[in-house]
Design a binder for this molecule. Structure first.
Ligand code: SF4
Length: 213
């Protein structure tokens, strides 16, 4: 099974190349994007982030008037809820002085537990922050990962933690591999393995049991 996952990764990577995720300038911008992308398309997140202008910093979000913050992030949808979440994630970051190296010095399990107990942070958001903002070796599972597991019959289980463990045990313990694998799963799901799959041209079509179904 491990070699199967590795072969999926290598096939997708050969096709799409390294995608250099996450598209952000700073660890804090990754954190903001990970919260804002919940239940919305990435294009809406980009509009919300652009609204910050030069003021996308933990200090400016921590000090921002709540209504003003909600207005800035309005394009991302659920803006009142997400403004609360951004304030909460930023308060978590404040414990480390808004200092990414200080976060990186802490144990992964401790940070993950802290984030999972932060308002608005579920498993996918926590792991996205830890992997893409801080470079921890923690695999991100999202709806696209679950779809791939289902269609490619990877047999990784159904729960978030089961799928995450399955990938982590099968792959080299490398944040670079985890980073790229999640990214190529997402791009392949957008280009081919859509809700209604477009299997022609899918790099996995040669081995996928659901090809053409
Ligand atoms: S061959 Fe079709 S079902 Fe299988 S991964 Fe590709 S797009 Fe999805």
């Amino acid at each position: 099974m491990g070699s199967n996952l590795l072969s999926i990764y290598e096939t997708l990577l050969a096709h799409y190349g390294e995608l250099h995720w996450w598209p952000a300038e700073t660890p804090y911008e990754v954190m903001v994007g990970a919260v804002l992308t919940q239940n919305t398309a990435w294009g809406n997140v980009e509009k919300a982030i652009a609204n910050f202008g030069e003021n996308l910093s933990p200090e400016s979000v921590a000090n921002a008037d709540f209504e003003r913050l909600a207005e800035i992030i309005r394009p991302a949808g659920f803006f009142n809820q997400k403004a609360r979440y951004l304030k909460a994630v930023t308060a978590w970051y404040a414990k480390y002085g808004y200092d990414a190296p200080a976060v990186r010095r802490e144990p992964l399990a401790k940070l993950r537990a802290e984030l999972l107990s932060t308002k608005g942070v579920g498993h996918e958001t926590a792991d996205s922050i830890l992997l893409y903002a801080f470079g921890f070796t923690t695999f991100v599972v999202d709806a696209y990962t679950l779809r791939l597991c289902d269609r490619y019959t990877i047999g990784a289980g159904k729960s978030y933690e089961a799928v995450k463990s399955h990938f982590e045990e099968a792959l080299p313990q490398s944040s670079n591999v985890f980073n790229n694998f999640h990214a190529v799963i997402v791009i392949n799901a957008k280009e081919h393995c859509r809700k209604k799959p477009m299997c022609d041209g899918c790099p996995l079509s040669g081995k996928c049991e659901r090809y053409g179904l």
